[in-house]
Write a protein that binds this ligand. Structure first.
Ligand SMILES: *[C@@H]1O[C@H](CO)[C@@H](O)[C@H](O)[C@H]1NC(C)=O
Ligand SMILES: *[C@@H]1O[C@H](CO)[C@@H](O)[C@H](O)[C@H]1NC(C)=O
Ligand SMILES: *[C@@H]1O[C@H](CO)[C@@H](O)[C@H](O)[C@H]1NC(C)=O
Ligand SMILES: *[C@@H]1O[C@H](CO)[C@@H](O)[C@H](O)[C@H]1NC(C)=O
Length: 607
């Protein structure tokens, strides 16, 4: 701060001298200019960032912006997250690049829209489905961790990854965190999905299992008989029918197969670096183990500089919560889970305090996308709450899917208790951290994030984001335009999902709103809102109600055209082929297919 003021003052003085000199002699001004060029950058750099701060990132999974005390929730208890808001900067228009985990996290790690790295896809599978599939964050993408590592940081990731593991064979680890800039990894390389819990959903009972196997056999027999009969021209049945029958049979087979808990074995594992520590994992003890790992990472690396990325399995379904927090909140299991995560954050902040690291550590808190409205179990809400914003997880256009909490704390450097309403992106973390570490962002590719430090420090009034593109998979659903001179935040929607029930803000019949097909509506002209006046996107503007209507849409269309020219085709990480389960890519503890181990047996399992 003082450095930049000094730099500004000196530049001004210098300009005055240069002007005066210009009138007299060219030599004089030339000499001064050389002096200026040599000295100024040194002064500016040395005083603005005099040391490399430690970095701690807390990333929640599917947490809604309305679930946090400091964002207006008065019944959920999040004192530790709120402490970050009190001691730092709260962003109210913090936007994720995608409304689902795999693409949102890929963008977060690389500072680029997911479409640039091929980590998003429309409708087939928008997130990785198997740990044993070949898709993931491409090895030639550069994460902020990779650059920080080069700048002398010790980098650690604790928790969820969901960016793939292998590409071509079982242990090539091409997508693994250790191949993406992390020195240390402990966590779940996949995502906490329903199948990971032994009791929930309950394992299929034996009679049903036998029945399914029986059906599979009968259908297989029928298919073979029909094929034989058709080839011998004995029956007139279409290939389509045989195909459907086969498909049906396969489904029964998969259900039967999965009933043995195989999905749990394939996807629900824990790793320490390249080693599998639990297969399948015992989800009940994962949170205590993660917390312990995060705390000891800080202790081990307190000499700094370090980057600790805590990527929570909270608050994704199935909301695994320890006994200590179960039944304690006012919002059922979901609230319990949020409060448990807050507790974990508090413990890690304590470690910073106890080691006198608080003032030399930049702490950041966010969520990968909005709360999942449609998540319900046993008549209870299992998903997050997005406050006044419409829509939720999986929906790219409406604010509820992409507007998430964003808190930055760096005491002594950033202001305390400050609120910033400017549009910012999770992708901004990439250049912000790279610059703080003294590195440079890659020059051979487009980086969509912008350095947040000047905005957070209050050196500038506006964020650098004038336009933001809201992709649903690879389809552009909406565009935001922050018109800086007027303060308007326009948003044009080209495509919106069709809610079921109407007006509910979600697709409750199918659990996730799709990006295309029959369940979306196309708008021409686009639906236009001004978020600065109508943050809930209730009433679309029209040429009658908004004199600038045509001007705004025209401007946005022009920018979209320019944006499209910056896109280049890349391999699709979530293509059908890349999303298949491959036995030869399946991480396996033991001899495939007899995978299974538990190396955490001796470990404490409670907070
Ligand atoms: C607080 O969060 C809970 C749980 O998501 C939600 O049900 C409730 O409506 C929220 N309260 C406010 C005031 O936003
Ligand atoms: C705590 O850290 C600050 C720098 O952040 C340093 O000036 C101070 O001496 C440290 N105090 C102790 C007790 O180590
Ligand atoms: C940390 O920064 C705060 C705010 O600037 C200051 O009040 C406090 O004394 C600092 N603590 C240490 C240990 O330097
Ligand atoms: C990574 O490799 C793919 C495939 O060769 C290429 O299309 C893409 O442009 C590369 N990305 C970067 C950032 O170099």
């Amino acid at each position: 701060m003082r450095g930049s003021l000094l730099a500004g003052f000196m530049t001004w003085q210098l300009l005055k001298v240069v002007m005066a000199c210009l009138a007299h002699s060219w030599t004089c001004s030339g000499l001064l200019l050389i002096w200026h060029l040599l000295l100024m950058p040194a002064i500016a750099k040395a005083t603005l960032v005099s040391y490399k701060p430690n970095i701690v990132i807390f990333l929640a999974d599917d947490l809604g912006i309305g679930d946090v005390g400091s964002y207006g929730n008065d019944t959920i208890r999040t004192p530790n997250i709120d402490r970050l808001a009190k001691e730092g900067v709260k962003l109210t228009q913090h936007i994720s690049a995608a409304p689902l985990c795999s693409p949102s996290r890929a963008a977060f790690l690389t500072g680029r829209y997911p479409i640039r790295s091929g980590t998003d896809q429309t409708d087939v599978f928008r997130v990785l489905q198997w740990l044993g599939s070949s898709g993931g964050l491409p090895a030639n993408e550069t994460t902020f961790a990779k650059i920080l590592q080069k700048q002398g940081y010790t980098t650690g990731l604790i928790g969820k990854w969901h960016q793939g593991v292998n590409c071509k064979y079982r242990n090539d680890h091409c997508h693994h965190p250790l191949n993406h800039g992390f020195d240390y990894y402990y966590g779940m390389p996949f995502s906490l999905m329903g199948d990971c819990r032994v009791t929930d959903p309950p394992e299929m009972n034996m009679p049903l299992r036998i029945k399914l196997w029986c059906y599979t056999q009968i259908i297989a027999l029928a298919v073979f008989t029909l094929i034989a009969a058709k080839l011998a021209h004995l029956v007139f049945i279409s290939w389509k029918f045989i195909f459907l029958l086969t498909l049906f049979g396969s489904l029964f087979f998969i259900s039967w197969f999965s009933s043995y808990g195989f999905i749990r074995y394939w996807n629900c594992i824990m790793m320490r670096n390249y080693e599998i520590t639990e297969q399948p994992m015992k989800v009940e003890r994962t949170a205590p183990l993660m917390l312990k790992e995060a705390m000891s990472f800080v202790e081990r690396n307190k000499e700094g500089p370090f980057l600790l990325f805590v990527s929570f399995l909270h608050v994704h379904t199935s909301l695994v919560t320890t006994e200590k927090f179960t039944g304690k909140s006012k919002h059922g299991l979901y609230g319990d889970n949020v409060e448990e995560m807050d507790f974990m954050i508090g413990r890690i902040l304590d470690v910073l305090d106890n080691n006198n690291l608080t003032n030399s550590t930049l702490v950041y808190f966010t969520s990968d996308n909005g709360g999942h409205l449609e998540a319900q179990e046993r008549n209870a809400r299992w998903g997050g709450w997005n406050g006044i914003y419409k829509g939720g997880k999986a929906i790219a256009g409406w604010e509820g899917g992409i507007r998430v909490p964003g808190l930055f704390r760096w005491m002594g450097v950033l202001p305390e208790h400050k609120v910033i309403d400017e549009p910012t992106s999770l992708m901004d973390v990439f250049p912000t951290l790279v610059n703080l570490a003294g590195g440079t962002v890659p020059q051979d590719r487009i980086i969509d994030g912008r350095d947040l430090m000047p905005l957070l420090q209050g050196l500038v009034q506006h964020s650098e984001h004038e336009f933001m593109f809201h992709y649903c998979g690879i389809l552009l659903h909406a565009v935001r335009w922050h018109q800086k001179d007027s303060g308007n935040v326009w948003k044009a929607h080209y495509v919106t999902p069709i809610f079921q029930p109407k007006g509910s803000g979600g697709c409750y019949d199918i659990r996730f709103c799709p990006c295309s097909g029959e369940r979306v509506e196309h708008h021409n002209p686009a639906l236009l809102f001004d978020l600065s006046r109508d943050p809930s996107e209730e009433v679309p503007l029209s040429p009658e109600t908004e004199p600038l209507f045509h001007m705004v849409l025209k401007k946005i269309e022009k920018v979209v055209e320019e944006h499209r020219t910056t896109l280049t085709p890349v391999p699709q990480q979530l293509s059908f082929y890349n999303s298949l389960w491959n036995p030869w890519l399946q991480p396996c503890c033991g001899t495939f297919p007899f995978c299974g181990c538990d190396k955490e047996k001796e470990k404490r399992e409670h907070f």
